[in-house]
Design a protein around this ligand. Structure first.
Ligand code: PDD
Length: 282
């Protein structure tokens, strides 16, 4: 496995960063999770636009231009002979000293890892995931804005820990006002009486690229879609619930906090959207 590390291609064992890297010390950095389908980088422009927006928002200067970054992705995929897989692209503030001050980090670190990925077994896409809602609250925008895909994933990890403790596959985060925000690493949709709903991102969710693709697909397939806030009650009484994400793709939810959702497995609209989504990526 060949890793891109600051302009060099190194073997996995040699891919190390300094203990003084502020990504390690403080989670000072940003990242993207990107899918490769049939050798192509899916939604490369959207992912890199989001990466450079995240960078700008935290005043992190990425030492590669957009084109150089795209080339680095393509070359890393080529060197790993990857046809279908997953890219983790990480840009940290870089090596500095023990202080917080980003000005002590002369150059950002850029890491590109490509790997096979199977976040959920195939049967989970038919049976749906069992989930719970958790006490962790998605930051309200005046904290660390959820639209910045930063290395500060402890909030998400705490959600994952609560999912693990409940022995379920994913968990739902609310925001400080109690509206449903998103999953630990995916966006959420519900279906009620044939209408598809997803929270607007200002509720406290990442502007998911898969979310955007599904919104577009609903438009194309003639499903009425509303971006409006909803609560756990609306989730419990929904006909269908599903998550979307680069890793997750489109995955049904069969149970939330002990409430069986609809038929207790992937619903018809969820199944149709997954089929169509897989059709556009291949
Ligand atoms: N997750 N929300 C959060 C908090 C996420 O971490 C992710 C992505 C999403 C889905 O966004 P997108 O559709 O752009 O991937 C929503 C990991 C990194 C992933 O799925 O790769």
């Amino acid at each position: 496995q060949v890793i891109y590390l600051n302009g060099q291609f190194v073997e996995k064992e040699q891919a190390v960063v300094s203990v003084f890297d502020h990504g390690f010390l403080y989670g000072d950095g940003i990242f993207e999770g990107i899918r490769i389908y049939g050798g192509n980088i899916f939604k490369c422009r959207e992912h890199l636009n989001r990466l450079y927006d995240s960078a700008k928002s935290i005043m992190l200067d990425i030492p590669l231009s957009y084109e150089e970054m795209e080339q680095a992705l393509v070359e890393t995929i080529r060197r790993n002979g990857m046809k279908d897989g997953y890219i983790r692209l990480v840009v940290s503030r870089g090596t500095g000293n023990l202080g917080l001050d980003p000005r002590r980090c002369p150059v950002a670190s850029v890491v590109i890892i490509v790997e096979q990925l199977a976040i959920y077994p195939e049967e989970a896409y038919v049976q749906g995931l069992k989930t719970v809602s958790v006490s962790s609250r998605r930051n309200i925008p005046d904290a660390l804005n959820p639209k910045i895909k930063s290395l500060n994933y402890l909030n998400n990890i705490l959600v994952k820990i609560q999912a693990n403790l409940a022995d379920v596959g994913e968990a739902i985060m609310l925001n400080a006002q109690g509206y449903v925000a998103e999953g630990s690493s995916d966006n959420i949709f519900i279906v009620k009486n044939g209408i598809v709903f997803t929270p607007p991102c200002y509720i406290g969710a990442l502007e998911g690229i898969t979310r955007a693709a599904i919104i577009e697909l609903c438009e194309k397939l003639g499903y009425k879609l509303k971006e409006e806030p909803f609560t756990l009650h609306d989730v419990y009484v929904a006909d269908e619930v599903f998550f979307t994400g680069t890793a997750a793709e489109v995955i049904a939810v069969r149970e939330v906090d002990g409430r069986i959702i609809g038929s207790g497995q992937a619903g018809p609209i969820t199944t149709h959207l997954l089929q169509e989504f897989r059709g556009i990526v291949t």
